[in-house]
Design a binder for this molecule. Structure first.
Ligand SMILES: Cc1cc2nc3c(=O)[nH]c(=O)nc-3n(C[C@H](O)[C@H](O)[C@H](O)COP(=O)(O)O)c2cc1C
Length: 199
């Protein structure tokens, strides 16, 4: 029997958001050539009636616009850690407490390194640092093969695994740099399955 879902439309200073009584996902998008595929991840989750909030790094915005992510997620997109319009709440601390799953897709070598070292110098990395231990965290790396196989990246990914992150392994494919190799973002289907713990 299908689950009954309650939809609540909330009007705030941030506009209108639709909340569903299913799981809440926070999707982090970083500055990879594969960032446009994050739009498909949002669409696929919305089709499953999942509430999705999006936080993007500054460099992610060079690959896909926040407006696209806002339209698809039907939620405000978080960009700047100093953008704090609601006086009673501090966004980078408050939002991570309210989500069931954090998904970082695509994840650059840079954001993986920042997370491994606890760096919080923008909205995306600050929200990651504010995620409770109990929150499920999945990361889908996407990068050039040499960057992926660099000892620093391998060590940083191992650090994340040891802290309980689920790593969605990148695929071998022809990469944007023109080389065939490992580092392509996992398929949208695999990412959605991981987020929903359906693997
Ligand atoms: C065309 C282009 C494509 C890129 N794709 C990737 C990528 O897939 N993975 C990656 O780790 N970095 C990639 N980079 C480099 C990142 O954008 C860069 O390291 C940036 O600092 C990442 O910032 P962020 O992690 O804050 O989003 C790319 C850069 C360019 C110019």
């Amino acid at each position: 029997m299908g689950q009954t879902r309650l939809r609540v439309w909330q009007i705030s200073g941030r506009g209108v958001s639709c909340y569903t009584n299913g799981i809440k996902v926070l999707l982090g998008v970083s500055g990879s050539i594969a960032a446009y595929k994050a739009a498909d991840v949002v669409s696929a989750l919305k089709k499953r009636d999942i509430e999705v909030s999006v936080v993007m790094s500054k460099h992610a915005c060079g690959f896909i616009t926040p407006l696209t992510m806002q339209a698809l997620s039907q939620n405000y997109v978080y960009l700047d850690v100093l953008d704090e319009p609601v006086a009673e709440k501090i966004v980078h601390v408050d939002l991570p407490q309210s989500v069931d799953v954090f998904c970082l897709a695509p994840a650059t070598a840079n954001i993986i390194a920042k997370i491994a070292h606890g760096i919080a110098d923008d909205q995306l990395s600050s929200m990651v640092l504010a995620l409770p231990d109990a929150t499920r965290k999945v990361v889908a790396p996407a990068m050039n093969t040499v960057m992926l196989e660099n000892a620093a990246t391998r060590s940083n990914l191992e650090t994340l695994r040891n802290r309980g992150w689920e790593v969605i392994e990148p695929r071998t494919a022809r990469l944007a740099c023109g080389v065939e190799g490992r580092g392509a973002l996992a398929s949208v289907e695999d990412i959605v399955r991981a987020v929903l713990d359906e693997r």
